[in-house]
Design a protein around this ligand. Sequence first.
Ligand code: FAD
Length: 334
Amino acid sequence: MAVEKTKDLWVFIETEDEGTAKSVGLELLVPGRRLADKQNGKLVAVILGSNVAPALEAVKAHGADEAIVVDQPELKHYNTDAYAKVLCELIEKYGPSVMLIGATNNGRDIGPRISCRLGTGLTADCTALDIDDETGNMAWTRPAFGGNLMATIMCPDHRPQLGTVRPGVFKKSEPGEVKDIPVIKEKVEITDAEKRVELLEVINEMAGELVDLENAEIIVSGGRGVGGPEGFAPVRELAEVLGATVGASRAAVDAGWIPHAHQVGQTGKTVGPKIYIACGISGAIQHLAGMSSSDVIIAINKDPDAPIFNVADYGLVGDLKVVLPILTEKIRKY
Ligand code: FAD
């Protein structure tokens, strides 16, 4: 286990090919700020990649107190062994108290890898973060038992305290002034022998349509209540007039009415749009886990007792087949 040398809270900033920061890293600076202040530590953004100047600018504008940057060509594309080596060396050297990692594909790979190597704990897929007032330990909250309860987990004797957080759970702050913060530049030697996997080629080919639910400002989602694959046609029409992205419940996805890329919820995507319109979705806890942080929730359901109305800001009781065409027409004319 690495030794805690500071009360600093680190946020891992995953970068893209262009050296920009993935959204989730900037999102995590928001809870990171609150938690770092609570334990009187610095909020440190840890940036790995190649030509990462854009990511550094972004963390400066999103409130980091300090940045540690490892900018090397070998880090342009994610590589488990290379990233694990760099992060473990940094953690051993600087001794942070906490590190937050976005639960992207790469984050889900690197988190367990470094926790195992450092002999510390990791709480995966968290949806809420706090620091326990009595002990000063992180209190990581995540869904457990198929989403039927929320478990708060602590790793009291482990340092650093590591956790992954799903993209979209926290909202990015608006970028502020680009502050002149201390930037520590590190170089870590990575030999070919240390990398057990070699990247030969990157093929940018999407299987199926690209569905960017995480960054959508408006989402219109359909559930079992749409009645079949054809029931998604009026959902898509409403989405089109609103400039929205189409989402779905798992029931609709499991029925084969719409591809999995559209699924919102515990086993789908976590979203936080300005407006979320749930059409024929009952409001099961696993669906709510993925969308309840939306700014405004509008539910359309023929059952006035559907649980979705408990979280909705606006509710419309009625049959989708009647309501959706009227709504779409009115908005089109507006
Ligand atoms: P239903 O619960 O069947 O609700 C359909 C609703 O449509 C009803 O409220 C009904 O009144 C209404 N309706 C019917 N006809 C009409 C009409 N003509 N007009 C208006 N309203 C109508 N679910 C997810 O969504 N996302 C997940 O990621 C997810 N992960 C899961 C993970 C696990 C481990 C488990 C166990 C479950 C998960 N589920 C998930 C499934 C979840 O428990 C529910 O089964 C699912 O969300 C139900 O989808 P639904 O609301 O579309 O269907």
